[in-house]
Write a protein that binds this ligand. Structure first.
Ligand code: LLP
Length: 447
């Protein structure tokens, strides 16, 4: 996780920088990102999977899932560390392009890619487009023909695994919008159609079973089912015509948000997966495919925390005592995960040593919604007061990227800290930014 320590006076530091100083310089709330930690985790995934799969398929391509958190500089760090980049919209792809990431290192996802997005991807020469529906096959091949090229594609297969995670983030069971279902024969039909299109090249198969997963058995079942499909397709078309060299297992590796979470190391996950894939390939008498994965949260999540300033503190009668509500200067607009998924976070006082006795508190935001919770339950010092800083760790994934302007609250900036120096990699929005979207009678030209 981010290199956070407490100085002798109680002030938290991140990568050597005191948060009090960062708060003065950049304001609150701010997302504070430990760049070395982010890079180390990216590198760690790559080397753990490379090592585990070296004997099986020579290594693994790790695509960082940009939806977790993406900025131009982050895209460059990822490429620096030997990873590739997974995008899922024209906007994310534009960031990758601006960062100068070579097309062949980029994948494009999406269950409803527009023709414009497909064209953008093919023109830029992305290494793979992940096909999510039968409809899309037509759409992609049309653009490829128009541009006089052959588009490399993977098929996203829904393998029917129920990942043990929140319903909204589990994506491989049958009744949801993603992918081509295995059991109905849709995936096989898609393979047939792609193989029939001279403007498409079928690289292989893809499966993503969900997010924030700790139990590797879901991945194991998914891998063996999708290898079974690969065997069937190779039997139908011949290995020559359908080599299906690549198999992507998606992302979803869980991280620790509270002490209840117990994630495995990338090494352990990689070893488990490599042995399952080796075993299944052997039983199917098949040459193992090249494996790729798409971790987002597991790379970005732990490297960031959000720094808030405490405002109103209120003790509310609950009928069997009272609950302390600690309001901070952000909330569901910078971290919607508690409201959206009942996600649990923890927090700590960041601007001084905790004193007094611990009081069970609920940290809430400033938005006009009672579900605007940042940290549901945390013991905070009884003498916590307005002006104190509070740090919420583990906010690197799906916080800035899911941020909104609810209540016309500007989204916070992202501060990267490295070697005792801090710089903004994403600036804070201003009220003027928000007003600029709002077209006045005269077309917003006044003033
Ligand atoms: N690959 C595909 C095709 C995906 O759909 C996703 C995430 C990933 C990779 C990366 O998954 P990760 O390693 O980050 O778990 N907003 C939700 C998570 C949505 C995940 C969407 N897909 C949350 O905040 O928990």
């Amino acid at each position: 996780s981010a290199n956070v320590a407490r100085r002798s006076d109680g002030v938290l530091t991140v990568a050597g920088m005191p948060v009090t100083e960062l708060a003065t310089r950049f304001g609150t709330p701010s997302y504070l990102l430990d760049e070395d930690d982010f890079r180390a985790r990216a590198r760690g995934f790559k080397s753990a999977f490379d090592d585990a799969f070296a004997g099986l398929c020579g290594g693994v391509d790790v695509y960082y899932a940009g939806k977790a958190f993406l900025s131009t500089q982050v895209a460059r760090w990822v490429a620096d560390e030997g990873l590739r980049l997974d995008t899922c919209s024209g906007g994310e792809l534009a960031v990758a392009q601006r960062a100068g990431i070579p097309g062949e290192l980029i994948g494009l996802h999406g269950n409803n890619k527009s023709t414009a997005e497909i064209r953008q991807a093919i023109e830029y020469g992305v290494g793979r487009i992940i096909v999510d529906s039968l409809d899309e096959i037509e759409r992609i091949s049309k653009v490829a023909v128009e541009l006089g090229t052959v588009a490399p594609v993977l098929l996203r297969v829904t393998v029917g695994v129920e990942a043990h995670t929140h319903d909204y983030i589990a994506t491989a069971h049958e009744d949801q919008k993603f992918g081509l279902s295995l059991t109905s024969g849709q995936a096989a039909e898609a393979a047939r159609r792609v193989l029939d299109q001279p403007s498409l090249r079928l690289l292989g198969l893809h499966s993503h079973i969900g997010s924030q997963i700790f139990d590797m058995s879901g991945f194991e079942v998914a891998a063996s089912r999708i290898l079974g499909l690969r065997a069937d397709l190779q039997a139908e078309f011949g290995v020559e015509r359908a080599p299906l060299e690549e198999l992507d297992l998606g992302g979803g590796f869980g991280i620790s948000y509270t002490s209840q979470d117990d994630p495995q190391s990338p090494e352990d996950m990689a070893t488990t997966l490599a042995s399952v894939i080796a075993r299944v390939c052997e039983s199917l008498n098949m040459v193992p495919p090249r494996i790729s994965i798409e971790p987002g949260r597991a790379i970005a999540g732990p490297s960031m925390f959000t720094l808030y300033r405490v405002g109103t503190i209120k003790d509310v009668e609950t009928g069997h005592g009272y609950r302390r509500y600690v309001s901070v200067d952000g909330g569901m607009s910078d971290n919607v995960r508690a409201a959206l998924y009942s996600a649990d976070y923890s927090c700590t006082v960041a601007s001084r040593a905790p004193a007094g006795h611990p009081v069970l508190s609920r940290v809430v935001g400033k938005h006009c919604e009672s579900g605007d919770i940042v940290v549901r339950d945390e013991y905070l010092p009884s003498d916590l007061a307005e002006g104190d800083l509070v740090a919420v760790p583990g906010t690197g994934a799906y916080c800035r990227s899911l941020a909104s302007n609810y209540n016309h609250v500007p989204r916070p900036g992202v501060v990267a800290v490295r070697d005792g120096a801090a710089r903004l990699i994403m600036r804070r929005e201003t009220i003027d930014d928000l007003l600029a979207f709002d077209l006045d009678d005269d077309g917003g030209q006044a003033g």
